[in-house]
Write a protein that binds this ligand. Structure first.
Ligand SMILES: [Zn+2]
Length: 197
């Protein structure tokens, strides 16, 4: 191994994530796709080890898990697709972090699927979901728009889906830009309320 890696969940040296943490991750709950999304493929439940992996990628600039995450997400896609894109984070967050985690994952997924990855959506400085209360989240409509025309089946990558409002808004823009079918591909889905595992 040329580059030493550590598990982004438990910080043990070795594969990122380690086998023990992978075994502890739960699959995403099966829920209907948000309105406007033809199909929603979700890898992990946003809880426990899965939550740690995705949250650290997002907040602590720990990108060691990106390779694994992208490979596992790409493996969920079992239909022909034409293009991969992502739900962009707000300009302020991108500046603050220095990268867009959804773009990082999307680019690797596109490489796995052997299709182009393009920046399709732009996001204005509208409300973000992080830190907002549940009511604010429900009310928040991100200011999203399309920057290019697309065609065929488009894979729309995002990190975490909670209410699905952002994915819905993004899917609508991608469809307005010309997509025939929008397949959302998300790293993690929050368990429905009442799921205590
Ligand atoms: Zn681990």
């Amino acid at each position: 191994m040329l580059l030493a890696t550590r598990c982004p969940v438990c910080d043990v040296a070795g594969p990122a994530p380690c086998a023990g943490c992978v075994a502890a991750m739960r699959r995403a709950p099966l829920l209907p796709p948000p309105p406007g999304v033809d199909r929603c493929l979700a890898l992990l439940a946003y809880a426990g080890a899965g939550r740690e992996l995705v949250a650290r990628l997002k907040y602590r600039n720990a990108r060691a898990g990106v390779r694994w995450l992208a490979g596992a997400m790409a493996a969920l896609v079992d239909e022909p697709v034409d293009l991969v894109t992502w739900v962009p984070t707000t300009p302020a967050r991108r500046r603050q972090r220095g990268f867009d985690q959804a773009e990082l994952v999307a680019r690797r997924i596109a490489a796995h699927l052997r299709v182009p990855c393009r920046s399709v959506l732009r996001r204005g400085p509208g409300p973000t979901q992080t830190g907002a209360g549940a009511a604010a989240r429900r009310a928040a409509t991100p200011s999203l728009g399309a920057r290019r025309a697309v065609a065929g089946t488009v894979v729309l990558v995002d990190d975490v889906v909670t209410t699905g409002a952002t994915l819905s808004a993004a899917a609508r823009c991608v469809r307005d830009a010309g997509a025939r079918r929008v397949v959302a591909l998300v790293a993690a889905r929050t368990p429905p309320p009442g799921d205590l595992h």
